[in-house]
Design a protein around this ligand. Structure first.
Ligand SMILES: C[S@@+](CC[C@H](N)C(=O)[O-])C[C@H]1O[C@@H](n2cnc3c(N)ncnc32)[C@H](O)[C@@H]1O
Length: 295
């Protein structure tokens, strides 16, 4: 069968193949799972498998393809592949999600004598990124930038907007609220009254926006990491979805992007058995962090 996939939209030009409603057989399942693992490093949790299968079938139907033709399509038609990726990845996140990590960050930021460049790896909808920016705004006395990346374009769009609900602001420490959050343009009231409001959205303030940059980046391309000479890398709740050997490759690539004296902060419990000749474990209660001590 000839696939015509020139446009960025769903390839409606492919027709004539009756989509199947049958469940994937073992071979088909294995093919799809190995495609996902090799492309995005993710081992699909059991609980997500049937959801994924259903999603693939919906897309197959829309494209008028059977399972194997659709499998071929996603490999050559990147917008179609991206559609599937958006549904696969887990985006759960929160502002100041792991407080001890931010306490460690506060302490370290105050020690740097030059501007601090931070990478928020797997930033999801931006809560981690903006939490890093809020902390740096107060503690990085010589200036800062935050680079944030994720594989999903839809979460990056939310992250870039910097618009959130009041419910999400609950975890932002009081000390950052005055300067770092404000009401959206056009709203009469000031953010200081935030605690008495429950339904309205707020936005991150302009003083943070000018320091923060978002990029789409697949960690499976870790050899081509677009950032270098960083002082801080936050990589929390991302590696848990990857195969063990991919986790190691990714961490090794992150180390290469850190300056000597730079800090790599993982989620507690993630990769506890990892070591690297250039990295020394940092002792700070409740955290899993490493400092780069060698070239
Ligand atoms: C559970 S969220 C964690 C968000 C944030 N780091 C936190 O701790 O709250 C994991 C994020 O990693 C992203 N992700 C998963 N696989 C990825 C990959 N191969 N490359 C880049 N980002 C990926 C997902 O899109 C998702 O937004």
């Amino acid at each position: 069968m000839k696939l015509s996939v020139n446009s960025a939209s769903v390839p409606t030009s492919i027709a004539g193949v009756a989509p199947s409603n049958e469940a994937f057989d073992e071979e088909q399942s294995a093919l799809w799972h190995s495609l996902i693992e090799s492309r995005i490093g993710m081992i699909l949790p059991e609980i997500q498998r049937s959801l994924f299968e259903r999603r693939v079938k919906e897309r197959m139907k829309l494209c008028g393809l059977d399972v194997m033709s659709y499998y071929q399509l996603v490999q050559i038609h990147s917008p179609e592949w991206q559609q599937l990726v958006e549904d696969l990845v887990v985006h759960e996140t929160a502002f100041f999600r792991h407080l001890p990590s931010y306490e460690l960050l506060e302490h370290r930021l105050s020690l740097f004598k030059t501007p601090v460049h931070i990478w928020s790896v797997g930033c999801s909808t931006g809560e981690e990124t903006w939490s890093l920016a809020m902390t740096a705004h107060s503690h990085a006395v010589h200036g800062f930038s935050v680079m944030a990346s994720d594989i999903s374009e839809s979460v990056l769009n939310i992250a870039r907007s910097g618009l959130y609900s009041w419910r999400k602001a609950e975890k932002i420490p009081e000390k950052y609220r005055e300067n770092c959050i404000e009401l959206p343009v056009g709203h009469a009231k000031h953010a200081a009254h935030a605690s008495s409001m429950t339904t309205q959205d707020w936005q991150v303030s302009d003083v943070l926006r000018q320091h923060v940059f978002f990029h789409r980046f697949n960690l499976m391309d870790s050899a081509d990491v677009p950032f270098r000479r960083l002082q801080i890398i936050f990589c929390q709740n991302v590696l848990i979805y990857f195969r063990q050997f991919d986790r190691r490759d990714i961490l090794d690539a992150l180390v290469q992007r850190l300056d000597i004296g730079g800090l790599l902060v993982l989620g507690p419990g993630e990769m506890v058995d990892w070591d690297h000749p250039a990295m020394k474990r940092v002792k700070h209660a409740g955290t899993l962090a490493y400092e780069r001590v060698k070239v």
